[in-house]
Design a binder for this molecule. Structure first.
Ligand code: PLP
Length: 364
């Protein structure tokens, strides 16, 4: 074996364990396949592709479709292979060796992970017990770290918490560097920082097709930010990184924005139903503005509850051993049916009120 870069030796990879089960509520995807008509429309577009040619390097048609969706300029849109690649490109351009990145923990693990892979130092700010972010803590960390890049995830993953607009304003006022607001779940929340993007403001807002657009398989994400910043990202990213099929899939998906909004509305109402149902079980439930809910069993430990659910063929995310998330579990909002199966399995597991698979002893 030859040694890897010194600074990478201590890094662990990012894992999201998969188990064969009937009900998969662990990775926050949409539970629905793409809208009626999407497959045929995409297949017909695909039949005209010049496969011998490189794709449009700047993905200009896709950028301009995304720009019309948000009412911004196409030059303010950067598109990549999932918002993870968007984040990586931002960090390659604005973090890297000798630079500092700030996160407020607990939050999306990949912000710190990708920052470290680029060689940047990561300074972790701390959220409170209820996972809210104290303005004094924000100022303390910014003062100390003088970061080149600051991350804020709203709604936050895995907590579900929606950050108030004032927190973004505070970051913009106090941070010396770039502010990245990760809005992977913003469609499920009641506000977005998109309207704060301006040429004179060092702010980017990242979005993804993975969570709301039923397109996690396509790997497509983007950011909206100042055109001068997008131009720097275009220099950093690999040429032709967006294949022709993905560019088409994104454009076709955007024709179905109305269907997407209906699905979001259904998932939001299911989220509220699930929160209420969880509220009568012996768990602490954290308020969520996303398509998932974080909760903490308070009679037994998270890990054994997670196992009890797997035994009943329901898979959720086990955060119980993650730093600061002691005993917490995260469930993705699925179809009404899947959510019922989860709630029944959870009630059984918590109340030990019947053998695995029996549903007749518990009402949800
Ligand atoms: C899922 C997720 C992403 C990654 O999205 P992709 O577009 O699938 O890469 C980014 N940020 C947060 C907070 C997420 O939860």
């Amino acid at each position: 074996m030859i040694p890897v870069r010194d600074d990478l030796r201590a890094l662990k990879g990012y894992h999201s364990p998969q188990v064969e089960v009937d009900v998969r509520l662990n990775t926050n995807e949409s539970p629905f396949s793409p809208p009626e008509g999407f497959r045929d429309a995409l297949a017909s577009e695909m039949s005209c592709v010049d496969w011998n040619r490189y794709p449009d390097r700047s993905a200009s048609a896709l950028r301009s479709d995304i720009a019309s969706l948000h009412g911004c300029d196409a030059e303010q849109v950067f598109v990549a292979n999932g918002s993870n690649e968007v984040l990586q490109t931002v960090l390659l351009a604005y973090a890297g060796p000798g630079r500092t990145v700030v996160t407020f923990e607990p939050t999306y693990q990949l912000h710190a992970q990708i920052a470290r892979v680029t060689g940047a130092a990561v300074v972790e700010g701390e959220r409170g017990e209820d996972f809210t972010l104290n303005p004094a803590e924000v100022d303390r960390v910014l003062e100390r770290a003088q970061p080149h890049v600051v991350f804020l995830t709203s709604p936050n993953n895995p907590t579900g918490l929606v950050e108030p607009r004032e927190r973004v304003e505070q970051l913009l006022a106090s941070a010396s560097g770039l502010v990245v607001v990760d809005e992977a779940y913003a469609q499920f929340a009641d506000w977005s920082a998109l309207d704060m993007v301006e040429e004179s403001v060092p702010l980017v807002v990242t979005r993804t097709f993975s969570k709301t657009w039923s397109m996690a398989g396509a790997r497509l994400g983007y950011l909206v930010g100042p055109a001068w910043l997008v131009a720097e990202l275009d220099k950093v990213v690999l040429p032709y990184h967006l294949d022709v099929a993905k560019q088409l899939a994104g454009r076709v998906a955007l024709r179905y924005a109305d269907d997407m909004n209906e699905r979001v509305a259904l998932l939001v109402s299911e989220r509220e139903r699930m929160s209420n149902a969880l509220g009568v079980l012996p768990v602490d439930v954290f308020e969520s503005g996303a398509n998932f809910i974080l909760f903490r069993p308070n009679v037994t430990d998270g890990k054994s509850v997670w196992r009890g659910l797997v035994d009943r063929s329901v898979l959720i995310r086990d955060c119980s051993s993650w730093p600061r998330l002691n005993n917490c579990l995260r469930v993705t909002v699925g179809t009404p049916d899947e959510n019922d199966r989860f709630l029944i399995a959870l009630a059984e597991t918590l109340l030990h009120s019947g053998p695995a698979g029996s549903t007749d002893t518990v009402k949800v």
